[in-house]
Design a protein around this ligand. Structure first.
Ligand code: 4FV
Length: 224
Protein backbone atom coordinates (compact mmCIF):
# COMPACT_ATOMS: atom_id res chain seq x y z
CA UNK A 1 0.00 0.00 0.00
CA UNK A 2 1.11 3.57 -0.71
CA UNK A 3 0.06 6.39 1.61
CA UNK A 4 0.63 9.98 0.52
CA UNK A 5 0.20 12.65 3.22
CA UNK A 6 -0.63 16.14 1.93
CA UNK A 7 0.34 18.56 4.69
CA UNK A 8 2.11 21.88 5.23
CA UNK A 9 3.77 20.25 8.29
CA UNK A 10 5.53 17.14 6.91
CA UNK A 11 7.82 17.03 9.98
CA UNK A 12 4.85 16.45 12.28
CA UNK A 13 4.63 12.74 11.34
CA UNK A 14 8.34 12.01 11.03
CA UNK A 15 8.86 10.47 14.47
CA UNK A 16 5.71 8.38 14.25
CA UNK A 17 6.58 6.92 10.84
CA UNK A 18 10.18 6.16 11.81
CA UNK A 19 9.36 4.16 14.96
CA UNK A 20 7.92 0.79 15.96
CA UNK A 21 5.16 -0.77 13.89
CA UNK A 22 5.16 1.80 11.08
CA UNK A 23 8.93 1.51 10.59
CA UNK A 24 8.62 -2.27 10.52
CA UNK A 25 5.74 -2.12 8.03
CA UNK A 26 7.91 0.01 5.72
CA UNK A 27 10.91 -2.30 6.19
CA UNK A 28 8.67 -5.27 5.32
CA UNK A 29 7.56 -3.48 2.15
CA UNK A 30 3.92 -3.63 3.28
CA UNK A 31 3.51 0.16 2.99
CA UNK A 32 5.35 3.19 1.67
CA UNK A 33 4.82 6.73 2.84
CA UNK A 34 5.43 9.98 0.96
CA UNK A 35 4.67 13.61 1.68
CA UNK A 36 3.48 16.43 -0.55
CA UNK A 37 3.66 20.01 0.78
CA UNK A 38 1.06 22.28 -0.90
CA UNK A 39 3.48 25.20 -0.49
CA UNK A 40 5.50 23.59 -3.31
CA UNK A 41 2.51 24.34 -5.58
CA UNK A 42 2.09 28.03 -4.77
CA UNK A 43 2.97 30.72 -7.30
CA UNK A 44 3.56 33.77 -5.10
CA UNK A 45 6.82 34.74 -3.38
CA UNK A 46 5.21 34.21 0.06
CA UNK A 47 4.13 30.68 -0.91
CA UNK A 48 0.59 31.48 0.36
CA UNK A 49 -1.66 28.49 1.06
CA UNK A 50 -4.41 30.26 2.98
CA UNK A 51 -6.64 33.34 2.77
CA UNK A 52 -9.49 35.09 4.60
CA UNK A 53 -12.95 33.42 4.48
CA UNK A 54 -15.56 34.81 2.11
CA UNK A 55 -18.43 36.13 4.19
CA UNK A 56 -16.08 37.16 6.98
CA UNK A 57 -15.49 35.39 10.29
CA UNK A 58 -12.43 34.34 12.28
CA UNK A 59 -9.38 32.52 11.01
CA UNK A 60 -8.14 31.58 7.59
CA UNK A 61 -9.14 28.98 4.99
CA UNK A 62 -6.82 26.81 2.87
CA UNK A 63 -6.83 27.93 -0.78
CA UNK A 64 -8.05 25.33 -3.32
CA UNK A 65 -5.39 25.78 -6.05
CA UNK A 66 -2.21 24.63 -4.23
CA UNK A 67 -4.12 21.66 -2.76
CA UNK A 68 -5.55 20.70 -6.16
CA UNK A 69 -2.08 20.81 -7.74
CA UNK A 70 -0.63 18.81 -4.83
CA UNK A 71 -3.31 16.10 -5.24
CA UNK A 72 -2.91 15.99 -9.02
CA UNK A 73 0.88 15.55 -8.61
CA UNK A 74 0.36 12.08 -7.06
CA UNK A 75 -3.18 11.05 -8.07
CA UNK A 76 -3.60 7.85 -10.14
CA UNK A 77 -6.50 5.56 -11.02
CA UNK A 78 -5.76 3.58 -7.82
CA UNK A 79 -5.89 6.61 -5.54
CA UNK A 80 -8.51 7.30 -2.86
CA UNK A 81 -8.50 10.89 -1.53
CA UNK A 82 -9.49 11.15 2.14
CA UNK A 83 -9.95 14.53 3.83
CA UNK A 84 -9.61 14.44 7.63
CA UNK A 85 -12.16 16.79 9.21
CA UNK A 86 -14.71 17.05 12.05
CA UNK A 87 -17.41 17.03 9.32
CA UNK A 88 -16.33 13.55 8.22
CA UNK A 89 -17.86 10.12 8.90
CA UNK A 90 -16.74 8.74 12.29
CA UNK A 91 -13.59 6.62 11.93
CA UNK A 92 -14.20 3.03 13.13
CA UNK A 93 -12.44 -0.35 13.23
CA UNK A 94 -14.51 -1.55 10.31
CA UNK A 95 -13.50 1.56 8.32
CA UNK A 96 -9.85 0.78 9.10
CA UNK A 97 -10.39 -2.81 7.91
CA UNK A 98 -11.93 -1.53 4.68
CA UNK A 99 -9.06 0.86 4.03
CA UNK A 100 -6.46 -1.81 4.86
CA UNK A 101 -7.90 -4.36 2.46
CA UNK A 102 -9.36 -2.29 -0.37
CA UNK A 103 -6.86 0.55 -0.91
CA UNK A 104 -3.75 0.54 -3.07
CA UNK A 105 -3.03 4.27 -2.69
CA UNK A 106 -4.45 6.48 0.06
CA UNK A 107 -4.03 10.25 -0.31
CA UNK A 108 -4.62 11.80 3.14
CA UNK A 109 -5.45 15.50 2.92
CA UNK A 110 -4.58 17.26 6.18
CA UNK A 111 -6.40 20.54 6.78
CA UNK A 112 -5.18 23.46 8.85
CA UNK A 113 -6.63 26.80 10.00
CA UNK A 114 -10.45 26.79 9.77
CA UNK A 115 -10.38 24.16 7.04
CA UNK A 116 -10.27 23.81 3.28
CA UNK A 117 -12.19 25.64 0.51
CA UNK A 118 -15.39 23.59 -0.08
CA UNK A 119 -14.87 23.50 -3.84
CA UNK A 120 -11.63 21.55 -3.41
CA UNK A 121 -13.54 18.94 -1.39
CA UNK A 122 -16.33 18.81 -4.00
CA UNK A 123 -13.88 18.29 -6.86
CA UNK A 124 -11.12 16.12 -5.41
CA UNK A 125 -12.18 14.38 -2.16
CA UNK A 126 -13.61 10.82 -2.26
CA UNK A 127 -14.32 10.59 1.45
CA UNK A 128 -14.27 12.75 4.59
CA UNK A 129 -13.31 11.02 7.87
CA UNK A 130 -13.47 12.34 11.44
CA UNK A 131 -11.52 10.74 14.28
CA UNK A 132 -13.80 12.29 16.89
CA UNK A 133 -16.11 15.12 17.91
CA UNK A 134 -13.46 17.61 18.94
CA UNK A 135 -11.35 20.20 17.08
CA UNK A 136 -7.63 19.64 16.46
CA UNK A 137 -5.11 22.29 15.44
CA UNK A 138 -4.20 20.27 12.34
CA UNK A 139 -5.49 17.32 10.35
CA UNK A 140 -2.06 15.63 10.41
CA UNK A 141 -2.81 14.37 13.90
CA UNK A 142 -5.97 12.72 12.60
CA UNK A 143 -4.04 11.29 9.65
CA UNK A 144 -1.64 9.68 12.13
CA UNK A 145 -4.52 7.90 13.85
CA UNK A 146 -6.01 6.66 10.56
CA UNK A 147 -2.57 5.48 9.36
CA UNK A 148 -1.83 3.58 12.58
CA UNK A 149 -5.22 1.84 12.81
CA UNK A 150 -5.13 0.94 9.10
CA UNK A 151 -1.50 -0.13 8.52
CA UNK A 152 -1.51 -2.51 11.51
CA UNK A 153 -4.31 -4.43 9.76
CA UNK A 154 -2.32 -4.99 6.58
CA UNK A 155 -1.73 -8.78 6.53
CA UNK A 156 1.68 -9.63 7.97
CA UNK A 157 2.39 -6.25 9.55
CA UNK A 158 1.43 -7.24 13.08
CA UNK A 159 3.30 -10.56 12.82
CA UNK A 160 2.98 -12.42 16.16
CA UNK A 161 1.85 -9.37 18.11
CA UNK A 162 -1.82 -9.75 18.87
CA UNK A 163 -4.30 -11.43 16.62
CA UNK A 164 -6.57 -8.71 15.24
CA UNK A 165 -9.57 -11.05 14.94
CA UNK A 166 -10.37 -11.15 18.64
CA UNK A 167 -9.69 -7.53 19.58
CA UNK A 168 -11.92 -4.64 20.62
CA UNK A 169 -14.61 -3.64 18.19
CA UNK A 170 -13.68 -6.45 15.82
CA UNK A 171 -15.86 -8.66 18.02
CA UNK A 172 -18.27 -5.78 18.50
CA UNK A 173 -17.40 -5.82 22.21
CA UNK A 174 -14.82 -4.02 24.35
CA UNK A 175 -11.78 -6.13 25.26
CA UNK A 176 -11.68 -8.37 28.39
CA UNK A 177 -9.27 -7.41 31.19
CA UNK A 178 -5.65 -8.47 30.73
CA UNK A 179 -3.19 -9.67 33.42
CA UNK A 180 0.51 -10.65 33.47
CA UNK A 181 3.21 -11.35 36.10
CA UNK A 182 3.70 -10.70 38.99
CA UNK A 183 0.90 -12.88 40.34
CA UNK A 184 0.39 -10.34 43.17
CA UNK A 185 0.64 -6.61 42.65
CA UNK A 186 0.24 -4.28 45.60
CA UNK A 187 -2.11 -6.74 47.24
CA UNK A 188 -4.10 -7.36 44.07
CA UNK A 189 -4.07 -10.88 42.63
CA UNK A 190 -4.79 -12.44 39.24
CA UNK A 191 -8.28 -14.03 38.89
CA UNK A 192 -7.89 -17.77 39.66
CA UNK A 193 -9.76 -18.79 36.49
CA UNK A 194 -6.85 -17.46 34.42
CA UNK A 195 -4.40 -19.75 36.23
CA UNK A 196 -6.69 -22.83 35.87
CA UNK A 197 -5.39 -23.94 32.45
CA UNK A 198 -9.01 -24.70 31.49
CA UNK A 199 -9.13 -22.83 28.18
CA UNK A 200 -12.86 -23.40 27.75
CA UNK A 201 -13.66 -21.83 31.10
CA UNK A 202 -11.11 -19.05 30.46
CA UNK A 203 -12.71 -18.19 27.10
CA UNK A 204 -16.18 -18.15 28.71
CA UNK A 205 -14.98 -15.93 31.56
CA UNK A 206 -13.31 -13.52 29.12
CA UNK A 207 -16.43 -13.28 26.99
CA UNK A 208 -18.53 -12.59 30.08
CA UNK A 209 -16.08 -9.88 31.16
CA UNK A 210 -16.14 -8.29 27.70
CA UNK A 211 -19.94 -8.34 27.62
CA UNK A 212 -20.20 -6.92 31.14
CA UNK A 213 -17.78 -4.07 30.38
CA UNK A 214 -19.53 -3.27 27.14
CA UNK A 215 -22.92 -3.15 28.86
CA UNK A 216 -21.53 -0.78 31.52
CA UNK A 217 -19.24 1.43 29.45
CA UNK A 218 -20.52 1.31 25.87
CA UNK A 219 -24.12 0.09 25.73
CA UNK A 220 -24.32 1.84 22.35
CA UNK A 221 -22.08 -0.91 20.95
CA UNK A 222 -24.75 -3.47 21.87
CA UNK A 223 -27.59 -1.66 20.05
CA UNK A 224 -28.69 -3.98 17.29
C1 4FV B 1 -10.30 16.59 12.77
C2 4FV B 1 -11.07 15.68 13.50
C3 4FV B 1 -10.01 17.98 13.14
C4 4FV B 1 -10.24 21.05 12.10
C5 4FV B 1 -9.62 22.37 11.80
C6 4FV B 1 -7.93 20.66 11.65
C7 4FV B 1 -9.10 20.16 12.47
C8 4FV B 1 -8.19 22.13 11.46
N1 4FV B 1 -9.86 15.97 11.67
N2 4FV B 1 -11.07 14.50 12.80
N3 4FV B 1 -11.70 15.88 14.65
N4 4FV B 1 -9.40 18.75 12.20
O1 4FV B 1 -10.34 18.43 14.25
O2 4FV B 1 -10.34 14.70 11.72
O3 4FV B 1 -8.03 22.45 10.11
Amino acid sequence: MRITIITIFPGMLDGFLRESMMKRAVDQGAVQFDFVDPREFTTDVHRTVDDRPYGGGPGMVMKPDPLAAAIRSVHTANSRVIYLSPQGCPFTQSKAEMLATASKHLILLCGHYEGVDERLIQRYVDEEISIGDYVLTNGALAATVVIDATVRLIPGVLGGEGATEAESFTTGLLDFPQYTRPEEFEGLTVPDILKSGDHGKIAAWRHEQALDRTRKRRPDLLDG
